[in-house]
Write a protein that binds this ligand. Structure first.
Ligand code: ADP
Length: 252
């Protein structure tokens, strides 16, 4: 089987996954920043063990059209990439919940292919961006935010889901001396409620796989599992699922 690569140009991070015989042999994740093409070129320059000419590369993600126009790579949608990647890692996968930096999606899958999906890319609530802004407002890094929320005893209800208004609400709760952990738990709970509504519209069937950078947030996973009443499987590197799917597509 040839060595192939998947390039996932996301709104927050750009990922490369190199696959040989169905196995991930190399990967990198970098911030997309303001020059996605430069980041993509950096990742491509770094491909190891591809001495016999360039590896076939398939691109996906928010910036995939740039990869097609400027780098000449074939592209697939993020929906297809996540369906392929998640089904490769968990062959019994029937549902993928992908929460990235600027969008979230629920994908129903059969035999590795998407049969239905819904996507939210209009509103930051329910995406990694909302969590990033709220983490900073509460003085946490994104990696600290989920564990901090899980330490909260009672979720504080947050009435606004608009990022800007929710931020002011959080600032006034901090000023009133409300426990930060409970504010963090309330924020996680409100975005999870949004995600659950989207999951409900598409339907969920086990096995369900959680992908994207936000899958690394333990509190999001735990609250989703509680509200959906089912266990979510999380890949070892959830952020790489789309790049993995694109690399697998390049091999076919
Ligand atoms: P995209 O593909 O849209 O660029 P990603 O799938 O890379 O997005 O997800 C980016 C999001 O992942 C960030 O907005 C952030 O909320 C979240 N994230 C990244 N690293 C962590 C981490 N260590 N713990 C929790 N969340 C994280």
């Amino acid at each position: 089987m040839p060595i192939t690569a998947g390039l996932d140009i996301g709104s927050r991070t750009t990922k490369i996954a190199v696959v040989e015989s169905g196995q991930l042999v190399h990967s990198r994740v970098v911030d997309t920043g303001t020059d996605p093409l430069a980041r993509a070129r950096e990742l491509l320059a770094d491909l190891p063990g591809l001495g016999h000419g360039p590896a076939p590369v398939v691109a996906t993600g928010y910036g995939r059209h740039l990869a097609r126009e400027r780098l000449g790579f074939p592209v697939i949608t993020e929906i297809k990439a996540h369906a392929l990647g998640a089904s490769h890692l968990f062959p019994a996968c029937r549902t993928v919940i992908d929460i990235g930096g600027q969008d979230s999606k629920v994908i129903r899958v059969e035999a590795g292919r998407q049969v239905n999906f819904e996507m939210n890319d209009r509103c930051a609530a329910g995406t990694g961006r909302f969590l990033e802004v709220m983490a900073v407002t509460l003085g946490y890094t994104v990696a600290e935010f989920g564990p901090a929320a899980l330490a909260g005893s009672e979720p504080v209800s947050i009435s606004s889901m608009c990022t800007v208004f929710a931020e002011s609400e959080v600032i006034s709760l901090i000023a009133r001396g409300v426990d930060k952990h409970s504010i963090a738990l309330g924020l996680h709970d409100s975005i999870v409620q949004r995600l659950v509504a989207m999951v409900g519209r598409v339907g969920v069937e086990p096995e369900a796989v959680l992908t994207g950078g936000v899958a690394q947030n333990e509190c999001v996973r735990v609250l989703l599992e509680r509200r959906l009443g089912l266990r979510l499987l999380v890949p070892e590197h959830p952020q790489l699922t789309g790049a993995l799917g694109a690399a697998l597509c390049a091999a076919t």
